[in-house]
Design a protein around this ligand. Structure first.
Ligand SMILES: NC(=O)c1ccc[n+]([C@@H]2O[C@H](COP(=O)([O-])OP(=O)(O)OC[C@H]3O[C@@H](n4cnc5c(N)ncnc54)[C@H](OP(=O)(O)O)[C@@H]3O)[C@@H](O)[C@H]2O)c1
Length: 267
């Protein structure tokens, strides 16, 4: 992909949450080869060692040698301070010639899938889940868009990594389904309000990541758990690379309807 399409996303400042592993790390790698020299990636997560390893890898890559800059922010996205640090680093990194602002809202957690709806009596527990998976994503997006307002010559793209669970209920997955549905609607509202911003709700499909291990290990509902175990056993999980290639295709072609939910299997 890199040799043909290199630079097609422009000179980008791209913020990627949850970049320490899984899909976010793959997005960072793929993004690095599709942006022009002089672009900046701002990678954030709580795991500093993993972020710094990725930073070294990308800085020493062909893209890094050609002038890609990689910043890391070790931050808990459930904390206001974490959001502030991401925005401050991004503002400091925004240099002359950046013509495309991208925010990839990827960080998320599965929540406790070992219980069903009637066990969630503790509001603090539910609030804590929604704080990371819904509130932080709204507030980070708002802060980033305020920090980089509309101006001539600047494209702005916001991606929400969503899920089939935003559309369909799964037994014993109440936190995750609720969070994904709320988060996706938030980005649909953004698309309605801000026609100049390109907004994409990308559903990456079942990925072979730590989140899937949690899903097949902890899901309370036996038939849902079995469906995850079967997908793994039958080799039906997607690699992060395969799904990310579809996301990059969408971003490069740039002809999706802003705010739309687009599933990996529809690309
Ligand atoms: N895996 C799937 O089958 C699947 C299917 C559909 C949609 N998705 C979505 O795809 C996205 C990526 O999932 P994945 O499978 O790559 O998950 P993953 O392997 O569990 O990675 C989650 C990422 O989010 C970060 N994160 C979690 N809590 C955080 C916090 N409090 N503050 C900051 N960062 C935090 C993690 O980094 P640290 O732990 O270092 O903070 C990690 O980088 C998620 O939005 C997920 O809902 C996944």
């Amino acid at each position: 992909m890199s040799s043909v399409l290199s630079g097609n996303l422009g000179r980008v400042l791209c913020i990627i949450t949850g970049a320490s592993r899984g899909f976010g790390r793959t997005v960072a790698r793929e993004m690095s080869v599709l942006v022009k020299p002089g672009s900046v990636l701002v990678l954030t997560a709580r795991s500093g060692n993993e972020l710094r390893t990725l930073q070294t890898e990308l800085t020493e890559s062909e893209a890094g040698m050609a002038g890609l800059r990689v910043e890391t922010v070790v931050a808990d996205m459930a904390q206001m301070e974490g959001l502030q640090n991401v925005v401050r680093t991004s503002e400091e990194a925004f240099g002359e010639g950046i013509d495309h602002l991208m925010l990839i809202n990827n960080a998320a957690s599965l929540g406790d899938v070992s219980r069903c709806v009637t066990s969630f009596t503790n509001m603090a527990e539910v609030d804590s889940y929604l704080s990371l998976n819904v509130s932080s994503s709204l507030c980070l997006t708002a802060r980033v868009l305020q920090a980089f307002p509309q101006r001539p010559g600047l494209r702005r793209t916001v991606v929400n990594v969503t899920s089939l669970c935003a559309l369909q209920p799964f037994r014993s997955w109440v936190l995750y389904c609720t969070g994904k549905a709320a988060r996706e609607m938030m980005f649909k509202v953004l698309a309605e309000e801000e026609p100049d911003i390109r907004v994409l709700n990308y559903s990456p499909g079942p990925l072979d990541t730590a989140m899937q291990v949690e899903a097949r290990t902890n899901t309370a509902d036996p038939s849902i758990r079995k469906s995850f175990v079967d997908m793994f056993d039958q080799g039906q999980l997607l690699t992060c690379e395969a799904s990310c290639a579809k996301l990059m295709k969408l971003l490069l072609e740039d002809n999706y309807t802003s705010g739309a939910h687009i599933d990996v299997y529809d690309v």
